[in-house]
Design a binder for this molecule. Structure first.
Ligand SMILES: Cc1cc2nc3c(=O)[nH]c(=O)nc-3n(C[C@H](O)[C@H](O)[C@H](O)COP(=O)(O)OP(=O)(O)OC[C@H]3O[C@@H](n4cnc5c(N)ncnc54)[C@H](O)[C@@H]3O)c2cc1C
Length: 327
């Protein structure tokens, strides 16, 4: 979001072993630690963060048959592009998502009906509490409910590398997302060449301002700022809202709630200082129009949350990680 402030110390380990050594040293020294990938899902307070940041920069990856192992510092979309070029299917629908490989299990990144846990084989995690480096299978990661995992809201584990099991195939995973199927000219549930799916996904994402472009303020965001709420019971006030099953209850689209609470796309240009607004192409993206501060972003987010709560009785929370700031 291009906001934040100064940090104490920055390390950018370029190999997995260097990353592990730095994690060991910083943990042993008892320093506050922020493990960071691309920073695409972070909002940091204006006063910054007085601690150590380890920004994963390890860029090795290996394709062995249908198994793809990538260090935490590999750029996610670079990996997707490489697997599609190698004739592997499985992650094509996750094209264009910013950030690094190590960040993907944290909120079990997903788009267009695919989540990374669908293809996750195993991952290496450094446990800062025990000092052990462990190989985990997906069942330990706490996936299930929308965008959740044991890694989210915890700084105990650092993801060091991830292995995905893809398929050598010229056909994608079945496309269950109607808009993507329509773009590809196929039926929902049909398949297409992974390269065509990647192409279609990038086009759809660009249309929503969801592919990073420094010239385009609609992309100066964290993607979805608010998380789709999962409720045990949907309040009557939200009776008209579309709903989807989730292991923990019913999931409602936060974008629908925001738009129907009176906050259309682009809302905010005439509110406050006008430097923070909803994206003109997606109501879930809070965007920096050029000179925003975190404090303005927090005020704006609180304003949207209050409006949605007043209209539907549902309190929205953040999907992004708020570091040294809150609303
Ligand atoms: C324009 C835009 C579009 C987006 N679209 C999508 C989308 O379609 N689907 C989706 O799911 N997300 C989306 N996002 C959100 C974001 O891209 C993902 O959450 C991504 O996985 C974040 O990766 P990162 O490397 O940038 O993580 P960061 O922002 O650096 O970190 C995010 C969190 O993960 C933790 N973390 C990062 N790396 C590690 C590690 N190696 N070990 C342990 N913890 C770690 C951090 O401490 C922090 O809590 C979008 C963001 C933007 C800006």
């Amino acid at each position: 979001m291009r906001v934040g402030g100064p940090i104490g110390r920055l390390h950018t380990p370029v190999t997995v072993s260097e990353a592990i050594e730095l994690l060991r040293q910083t943990t042993a020294a008892g320093e506050p630690l922020l493990v960071m990938g691309g920073g695409s899902n972070l909002v940091v307070g204006d006063t910054g963060w007085d601690g150590t940041v380890i920004k994963m920069a390890s860029s090795e990856f290996d394709i062995d048959g249908e198994l793809v192992t990538a260090a935490a510092g590999v750029e996610w979309d670079h990996l997707v592009q490489a697997t599609v070029a190698e004739g592997l299917a499985g992650v094509e629908a996750l094209s264009g998502i910013p950030g690094l490989v190590g960040g993907t299990p944290v909120q079990n990144v997903g788009a267009f009906g695919t989540v990374t846990s669908d293809v996750l084989e195993s991952l290496s995690v450094y446990d800062r509490q025990t000092g052990a480096l462990e190989r985990w299978t997906p069942d330990r990661c706490g996936f299930g409910s929308h965008r959740q995992s044991v890694f989210k809201h915890s700084d105990r584990w650092a993801v060091v590398d991830v292995t995905y099991r893809l398929r050598r195939s010229n056909q994608s995973r079945p496309i269950e997302y109607a808009e993507l199927a329509a773009k590809l000219g196929i039926e929902v549930g049909g398949t297409a060449a992974p390269a065509d799916v990647r192409h279609a996904v990038l086009a759809l994402r660009r249309g929503r301002g969801m592919v990073l472009d420094p010239r385009d303020h609609d992309t100066w965001s964290v993607g979805s700022f608010f998380i789709n709420p999962v409720l045990a019971e949907v309040p009557e006030l939200a009776g008209e809202c579309p709903r989807y099953p989730d292991v923990k209850g019913t999931k409602l689209p936060a974008a629908w709630l925001i738009e129907h609470a009176g906050f259309p796309r682009g809302y905010g240009r005439d509110w406050g200082s006008g430097t923070v607004a909803l994206s003109s192409r997606h109501a879930l993206a809070v965007t920096n129009r050029g000179a925003a501060t975190t404090s303005e972003i927090m005020k704006f987010a609180a304003h949207i949350r209050e409006g949605v709560e007043a209209r539907f009785g549902i309190r929205l929370g953040p999907e992004c990680d708020l570091v040294n700031c809150s609303f």
